[in-house]
Design a protein around this ligand. Structure first.
Ligand SMILES: Nc1ncnc2c1ncn2[C@@H]1O[C@H](COP(=O)(O)OP(=O)(O)OP(=O)(O)O)[C@@H](O)[C@H]1O
Length: 379
């Protein structure tokens, strides 16, 4: 159940400072909670972004990503929020079209009966900009997305990728401080999506603009972001740079979402420096703690190992930093660039990734992995 909403500010929105301090976040969403008809979509979420940052909101369907974006853009009024500032300005009472941010939607949201130029000019028109300036700026925005020669085309005469570029130009033309992108590449095919990822990233760096980017694709998030916020059921599960989210997931949820193939439950038997000592059945293993709270002996934990870090061997290797489990060979799954080998162990079924298919011959008797590659986290 939600408690009563905090009153919205009654005073007029403060004016934007002429030049915010360089260290000041350009976006501050403090303690936001939102619900639709009693269904909580966002719960006590705090998100900040630095000027020029590429921040990705990652999460499965229904985790609250779009709701967060709609609160920032002003398309949704939050049920309760501690603060919402863009460039240091409190925008809780500022209507969407006056906020210093624009949105690119997955379905483009273009006017199909208007020309490319008229679509791009639209955002300037609602801001009361004169026709001549609108045209000049729209042309410049279309140049940025490589559609300068399509000004007079109708939207229905464009491909999906071209429509997405028009939507991007339309969002860029008012020169907002922040661009909000809601799964902007979701409707494009794989090849075009990858090309557009590169293009978007180049554009963001060139313009030095802050991008808040929504996706459910971990690969897209890892490729593009300076920082990732992983959402789960309306809350933040983990945030950090791509390498941290990839290598050091805090929980089995984060690990599975980020594609860690081998996950199983265990008991923490002790902690020694950064080493986490764990037990699964009769097997004692060693790994690195990556959970949020300090680990406690006796706690139930989850263990994760990426398939590419798991090795198969015919004879067990030895070493203080190695984990070894006997295994029974399973089938190989051909994946083109690599081979996945599924094996059974006493602990769990495991998958090892083999990049050199010629090295996959023979029956392994054990799997092994280094302690640094053994992620010990919250269950
Ligand atoms: N207009 C609405 N009315 C009622 N419930 C809604 C509405 N919009 C979203 N929800 C619910 O709020 C929760 C969060 O939805 P939201 O769209 O923010 O998630 P999301 O992570 O963006 O999902 P997706 O990736 O599928 O777009 C979900 O349970 C969703 O069903």
């Amino acid at each position: 159940m939600l408690s009563d909403p905090i009153d919205s500010p009654t005073s007029a929105p403060t004016r934007r400072p002429s030049s915010p301090a360089p260290t000041q976040p350009i976006l501050e969403v403090i303690d936001a909670t939102h619900a639709y008809d009693g269904v909580v979509a966002l719960e006590n979420v705090t998100v900040t972004a630095a000027p020029g940052e590429f921040l990705t909101i990652l999460g499965e369907s229904g985790s609250g990503k779009t709701t967060l974006l709609r609160l920032i853009s002003g398309l949704e009024k939050p049920y309760r929020i501690g603060a919402l500032r863009l460039g240091g300005v409190d925008v809780r009472e500022v209507p969407a079209f006056l906020r210093d941010c624009t949105t690119v939607f997955q379905n483009y949201a273009l006017f199909p009966h208007l020309t490319v130029g008229a679509n791009v000019e639209y955002g300037l028109k609602v801001r009361g900009i004169a026709a001549a300036e609108r045209r000049t700026r729209a042309r410049q925005a279309l140049e940025l997305v490589q559609l300068a020669d399509m000004y007079d085309r109708k939207i229905h005469q464009l491909s999906g990728g071209q429509r997405q570029r028009v939507a991007l130009a339309r969002a860029l033309v008012p020169q907002p401080a922040i661009l909000l992108l809601d799964e902007p590449l979701g409707a494009l095919d794989e090849k075009l999506r990858v090309d557009m990822q590169v293009e978007l990233l180049e554009l963001q760096k060139r313009l030095g603009m802050t991008f808040i980017y929504i996706t459910h694709s971990q690969e897209e998030a890892l490729t593009m972001s300076d920082r990732i916020i992983l959402m789960r059921k309306g809350k933040i599960e983990q945030e950090g740079p791509p390498t941290t989210i990839f290598d050091r997931p805090v929980s089995s949820f984060a690990a599975r979402f980020m594609g860690v193939e081998n996950c199983f439950d265990a008991e923490l038997t002790g902690v020694s420096g950064s080493d986490a000592l764990i037990r699964v059945g009769d097997h004692h293993l060693i790994g690195r703690w990556s959970g949020r709270k300090p680990p406690k002996a006796g706690a139930k934990v989850a263990v994760g190992i990426r398939a590419e870090r798991l090795r198969l061997a015919r004879a067990a290797p030895t070493g203080p930093d190695l984990n070894v489990l006997p295994c029974r060979g399973g089938g190989a799954i051909y994946k083109g660039k690599y081979l996945d080998r599924a094996v059974e162990t006493d602990v769990a079924p495991m998958k090892a990734r083999i990049w050199d298919a010629s090295a996959a011959d023979g029956e392994p008797s054990c799997v092994w992995w280094r302690k640094d590659d053994c992620i010990v986290m919250e269950p």
